[in-house]
Write a protein that binds this ligand. Structure first.
Ligand code: ADP
Ligand code: MG
Length: 680
């Protein structure tokens, strides 16, 4: 047997079981080894039978004093129950559909039982406990791993497979450098794997877990630090001439808000200094981040550098592109757009323009980080709505320049600790004011029953020339989920609002279809846009005054706040209707938070109180690679320690090319994807 062998080499694993394993992502013996237990059953101590054990999974012992059949005697599988006398108290052991048990347990013999202690009609009870004769209880006693459920395969089987293949750990290479292991007294890989499956005791489980949390976080930190160093936040040599920024700022038809002024000052002092900028700008939806980015781009242009601005969707990229063109045309800045859906010939022209330096500013989606995109002199890199990007994507864009200035923009507040992990020692600027004259958006919660009257009321807005967004959680109806689909709502409203034009926008449409719907909405030809969350970010239609969110219990608070931010962008009063389908306590509380707060940061904080950090700041939302065992919030201390160690390793071997670090490098590449390209 070898690690890379398919699991079907194991005796007893036929096509059906193989499929069940595959469904869980387990294909090879190695995968099975890496399938760690989710918990353990501690069956070491025998407890006296007692009421105090209720609700716990425990091992008890006692003598079988009687046997009783229940139910209908003509049933094929009659339940059988045994009365067990412990030291003091009695309990009942019940087996359903298990006639054979009747002869397995003998009256007047002593047994040990493992199961969950419950109470039934005042009597202690275990349903389907595991049982073994006292004295020959090796199979029942000990610490046993419990794995994620795999269809049709019992825990016992999984354990026996693991027992069989565990000797293969000899072939697994240790990937932590020796020095790290000894200096930090960390369990080696062999010990850790063996003990995470079949722990010798509770201390060895802890050591094994610690080892895996540690190594996962070390790989994370090493990868992040590696990218950080390569991006370079020390001396960049790129200093922008910011003296002409005012020329751009005064060309706008509004003045900067106080918050924008402050943030621009912070950015400009980075840009003129020797240190490359690495700054995160947080600002609520509508606070005016784009124009700050534009000002920075303008100084980059004036200093002879190219700039790149990356946004997560085509719609948003296009909108930025049009704003930039509008604001920059008079200054002769050559702005171009690069998105996936463009024709090959168009792309070719853009790529050559970027290489020659003829293009000054490029706006686009992930298309910007493709290998063939090269710049002549990239001096400024901006990512909008950063939480939509993986850290390695941002990195790929910035290494297209020689340590360019980096600006990251987000409307999603990130706690300081997490921000530092994500960006290293970055600086944070906050736009804490809103442009003057913004009307507060009235947010109104309604029940399922009020739904119809809400839609009738909204008609008035359309009659006075305004536009409406309606967001639903699903594209089409699904039996599995009790929620309104965009398609159903669309059909309904089309009928109701005739002759106003109602259109549908969702992720399954082709790019062209999406664009054409979006463009007609922006132009005011469509009155009602029924959509899924594809419209969540960025788009700007000041004439839209109503946002309706269907099944609002299915959306995140921050997400709904973003959605709400699509209205209230013009001079007219705006409304946001939250339609609750299921009125649970939590759902109502969440709606109250939105109704009572208009500040995204406050909302995030309330959300945090309601849900706890783990759920909100999951790695997924913030672009970190997925962690299997570590939790960056809960294991903060290990995270900090691993950062020091990662930094130490990279100080001595900046490309992880020494023999000692080779395996660690593989581990990092596996985590971030090989194309982060750790140099040899
Ligand atoms: P966000 O921070 O959500 O990205 P935008 O940059 O899209 O916000 O700005 C929203 C709208 O506010 C845009 O139409 C923009 O032109 C306008 N805006 C930005 N700054 C100001 C300001 N200081 N005064 C008035 N309007 C502004
Ligand atoms: Mg924006």
């Amino acid at each position: 047997m070898k690690l890379k062998d398919e699991i079907s080499v194991l005796k007893g694993i036929g096509p059906k079981k193989k499929k069940a394993f595959n469904k869980r992502g387990i294909f090879t013996l190695e995968d099975l080894i890496w399938n760690f237990p989710v918990k353990y059953e501690d069956r070491r101590t025998i407890h006296p039978i007692s009421k105090k054990l209720q609700g716990r999974e425990v091992l008890v012992s006692g003598k079988v004093i009687s046997r009783r059949y229940g139910g209908n005697p003509y049933m094929k599988n009659v339940p059988v129950s045994f009365l067990i006398q412990g030291d003091g108290e009695m309990m009942e052991a019940v087996y359903f559909n298990a006639k054979y048990m009747a002869n397995t347990l003998k009256i007047n013999e002593d047994y040990v039982f493992f199961g969950k202690m419950t109470e039934n009609h005042g009597r202690l009870q275990m349903v389907h406990p595991m049982a073994a004769m006292r004295g020959s209880d090796e199979d029942v006693r000990g610490v046993f791993p419990v794995y994620k459920k795999i269809d049709g395969i019992s825990q016992k089987e999984i354990r026996s497979y693991l027992n069989l293949i565990l000797p293969l750990v000899e072939d697994i290479k240790e990937w932590l450098p020796k020095k790290v292991i000894t200096e930090n007294r960390i369990a080696d890989c062999k010990f850790a794997i063996e003990n995470i499956h079949f722990p010798a005791g509770s201390k060895s489980v802890l050591m094994a877990k610690y080892r895996f949390i540690f190594e996962e976080l070390l790989a994370l930190q090493t990868g992040l630090l590696y990218m950080k160093r390569d991006e370079g936040c020390e001396n960049s040599g790129i200093n922008f001439d910011i003296s002409e920024a005012d020329e751009f700022i005064t060309s706008l038809d509004f003045d900067f808000t106080k918050g924008q002024k402050k943030v621009w000052e912070e950015i400009s002092s980075d840009l003129k200094g020797n240190k490359a900028m690495n700054r995160l700008v947080q600002g609520d939806v509508g606070s005016g981040k784009t124009v700050i980015a534009e000002t920075a781009i303008y100084t980059s242009f004036k200093s002879g550098y190219q700039s790149a601005m990356m946004a997560p969707t085509e719609i948003l990229s296009k909108q930025h592109f049009f704003s930039l063109k509008r604001d920059f045309d008079k200054f002769g800045v050559n702005v171009k757009l690069l998105v996936g859906s463009m024709k090959a010939s168009e792309k070719r022209d853009i790529l050559s323009g970027l290489r020659s330096g003829e293009i000054d500013v490029i706006v686009g989606t992930h298309a910007l980080i493709q290998k063939d995109v090269e710049f002549r002199r990239l001096g400024l890199v901006i990512t909008d709505e950063q939480h939509r990007f993986g850290v390695e994507q941002r990195y790929k864009l910035s290494v297209k320049g020689e340590r360019p200035n980096v600006l990251v923009m987000t409307a999603t507040p990130i706690p300081r600790t997490l921000a530092v992990i994500l960006y290293g020692e970055l600086d944070i600027s906050i736009i804490d004011t809103m442009p003057a004259g913004r009307k507060k958006i009235r947010t109104i919660a309604c029940s399922k029953e009020q739904r119809k009257s809400v839609y009738k009321k909204i008609k008035g807005e359309m009659d006075s020339g305004h536009q409406v967004y309606v967001v639903a959680p699903l594209i089409e109806d699904s039996e599995a989920v009790d929620a309104k689909s965009a398609e159903t709502v669309y059909k309904e409203l089309k009928r109701l609002y005739k002759p106003h034009r109602v259109e549908l926008l969702h992720g399954n449409l082709s790019q062209e279809e999406k664009d054409s719907v979006m463009e007609s909405f922006v132009a005011g030809d469509i009155q009602v846009l029924v959509a899924t969350v594809v419209i969540e970010i960025g788009i700007n239609v000041p004439n839209a005054t109503v946002m309706v969110i269907e099944n609002c219990e299915r959306f995140g608070l921050a997400q709904m706040h973003q959605l709400r931010g699509r209205v209230g962008r013009g001079d007219d009063a705006s409304y946001c209707y939250l339609i609750l389908n299921k009125e649970t306590e939590v759902a109502k509380k969440r709606v109250d938070i939105l109704c009572g707060n208009s500040d995204g940061f406050d909302i995030a904080e309330e959300d945090l109180k309601l849900r706890g950090p783990g759920e909100i700041f999951g790695t997924k939302q913030h672009g970190l690679p997925e962690m299997h065992i570590a939790d960056i919030i809960r294991h903060k201390e290990i995270l900090e320690k691993s950062k020091e160690i990662a930094s130490d390793i990279l100080n001595r071997d900046s490309s992880l090319s020494s023999d000692e670090n080779r395996e660690l490098r593989r581990r990092v590449e596996k985590m971030f994807g090989e194309d982060i390209n750790l140099k040899l």
